[in-house]
Design a protein around this ligand. Structure first.
Ligand code: PGA
Length: 272
């Protein structure tokens, strides 16, 4: 066997080993997609699927379908959450979803501050921080989304922007509560565009964010807060992205809509 072949073999084994042992969070963000019929067939396909032990599987459907998730995922490994919620128990907030309703239907996670909410619905860091707090206080795990647009990325100031989003989003959270947070880094220029950040870009930004979290919140908490990557993740790129340092999992839009693609991503992240 030639040296290059041996090196390739060793690398393949190493990669397999990493993927077989590292725990990943795989979260699907369905956004405003799917009919009732499509939701039912997706759930029938994943409810009893063997996703393996180590990865955490989460789906955030449009709210009206939560009752189907509650019904069909009762004994499943697949967990679910909401794509947004309002930080009040009830009241005159037309068109909003209360955290109590989300809990009522068994939602365990909430995606908060997604760039589409920030850009299209003008959500600010202050409102997002209230949502983060209400979730933490009510046993809903917040997935706080942060990310820069292309102009910020090209202008070098994106790191300050990301630090600001984390600081302000977590402003109302302290001490041990920080262990109940997930952060998702989603560069806006890579969401739904088919353009993925390269594994090098992801690693560089994640390592920067990790360093910031450790400085800001101490080494215990800062080193353990899960840091997801999101933006055009699919079966063809997820392995390389998973090998980037400090990536704890993925927030996946388009590729989470199809049950077999979603299962395939988990399969890859199990080293299969
Ligand atoms: P995408 O969406 O995977 O379709 O790029 C990711 C997201 O918006 O969370």
């Amino acid at each position: 066997m030639e040296r290059r072949e041996i090196e390739q073999l060793v690398r393949t084994e190493l990669v397999k080993n990493v993927l077989q042992t590292q725990k990943f969070i795989i979260a699907g963000n369905w956004k405003m997609n799917k009919s009732k019929h499509e939701v039912i067939s997706f759930l029938d396909e994943v409810a009893n699927h063997d996703f393996g032990e180590k990865n955490t599987i989460i789906i955030a459907p449009p709210d009206p379908y939560l009752y189907l998730f509650e019904d069909k995922l009762r004994y499943s490994k697949v967990l679910y959450g909401v794509q947004n919620l309002f930080p009040k128990e009830s009241g005159a907030y037309t068109g909003e979803l209360s955290y109590t309703t989300a809990k009522d239907f068994g939602a365990k996670y909430a995606i908060l501050g997604h760039s589409e909410r920030r850009d299209l619905f003008l959500e600010c860091d202050m409102l997002i921080s209230k949502k983060v707090r209400i979730c933490v206080q009510n046993q809903i795990t917040p997935i706080l989304c942060i990310g820069e647009n292309l102009i910020l990325r090209q202008g070098e100031s994106y790191k300050n922007h990301l630090m600001g989003q984390i600081k302000e989003g977590l402003e109302r959270i302290s001490g041990e509560e920080l262990s109940k947070i997930i952060i998702a880094y989603e560069p806006i220029w890579a969401i739904g565009t088919g353009v993925t950040a390269t594994p090098q870009q992801v690693e560089e930004t994640h390592m920067f964010l990790r360093e910031f979290l450790i400085q800001e919140y101490g080494s215990n908490l800062g080193s353990t807060i899960p840091l997801l990557y999101g933006g055009s993740v699919k079966p063809s790129n997820v392995k390389d992205l998973a090998l980037a340092q400090s990536v704890s999992g993925f927030l996946i839009g388009g590729a989470s809509l199809d049950a077999s693609t979603f299962k395939e991503i988990n399969n890859i992240l199990n080293g299969n």
